[in-house]
Design a protein around this ligand. Structure first.
Ligand SMILES: [Zn+2]
Length: 291
């Protein structure tokens, strides 16, 4: 799933590619993905793109229905677990078809023939699309905490000062916006902290280390993927990972074998030597298998 660095790269790309283009059509294939009814989706037809925005992990296409410089309509996408965006200079004009196996969720075409498609693979569909007059009309955006990219020390302290596990605090969008499962693994690895350590029990030094890890991990990743095109973003993200998605491989820092904690539909990775003093975090799926 695209997290802050990838959504920022998509925003940067769309800003350059879509600005000043005029909407010819927005075709919604996955009807359930469209979360808004008013304004109707056709309200965007003929609107001019004025730019692109990002709020946490939400991506927005800013549009003006009057042709002016100020946007008054926003197409906003939340990619969820397996959503993605593909840009095309020449979008197919074949009619959109519903199909259970079709990953296509929506297609946006501009009057000059260019456009992009939004896809979501997998059986669990949670990608969300909104057409709104103000970004604040999207509930998930209205309740976002401060953006994690360049977060101030004060905002960070407020976000992390809680009796929950560090892993959950970092990914709680209402506390800090933009970090998901992958980058929280990377940040905790960078800070050499256990994902299970409670935010409220972090020492002053650990909080400072974690704050610096948030800034360097997200800053470096954003810089690295900024120039990538949408088609290569996924691979760029994977290549940049030290611990996330690398279960069973060697930790690039200490050589220990990377461990993981599994849940019903997700898992996360960490290095026991670097992060948990060699201790294994309880993994219910693994425990069950060993019984
Ligand atoms: Zn290690």
């Amino acid at each position: 799933m695209p997290e802050l660095p990838e959504v920022e790269a998509l925003r940067d790309f769309l800003q350059g590619a879509a600005t000043r283009r005029v909407i010819d059509n927005i075709g919604i294939v996955a009807i359930n993905a469209l979360k808004t009814a008013d304004p109707p989706i056709d309200a965007a037809v003929g609107a001019t793109v004025t730019g692109a925005s990002r709020w946490g992990k939400f991506l927005g296409l800013d549009m003006s229905t009057s042709g002016g410089a100020e946007p008054d309509l926003y197409l906003i996408i939340h990619f969820a677990r397996s959503g993605w965006l593909q840009w095309n200079e020449h979008v197919s004009d074949r009619p959109l078809r519903m199909s259970t196996r079709n990953p296509l969720a929506a297609r946006v075409t501009f009057t000059d023939g260019a456009g992009f498609t939004v896809t979501e693979h997998g059986s669990k569909k949670s990608l969300a699309i909104y057409l709104v007059r103000s970004p604040e009309d999207v509930p998930g955006i209205a309740e976002l905490g401060p953006d994690a990219l360049g977060i101030s020390r004060e905002d960070f302290e407020r976000a992390i000062n809680s009796n929950h596990q560090s892993k959950n605090l970092l990914t709680d969008q209402r506390r800090m916006a933009g970090i998901g499962n992958a980058y929280s693994d990377e940040i905790l690895w960078e800070a050499r902290l256990s994902p299970a350590k409670l935010g409220s029990s972090l020492t002053d030094t650990e909080r400072e280390t974690l704050f610096n890890a948030v800034n360097t991990t997200l800053g470096d990743a954003t810089e690295r993927v900024r120039t990538a095109r949408p088609a290569t973003l996924k691979a760029e993200k994977r290549q940049g990972m030290n611990v996330h998605g690398r279960f069973g491989q060697a930790c690039p820092r200490c050589g220990d074998t990377i461990a993981q904690v599994s849940f019903a539909d997700s898992d996360y990775q960490y290095c026991p030597t670097c992060q948990t003093k060699g201790k294994r975090l309880s993994d219910r799926r693994m425990d069950r298998m060993l019984k």
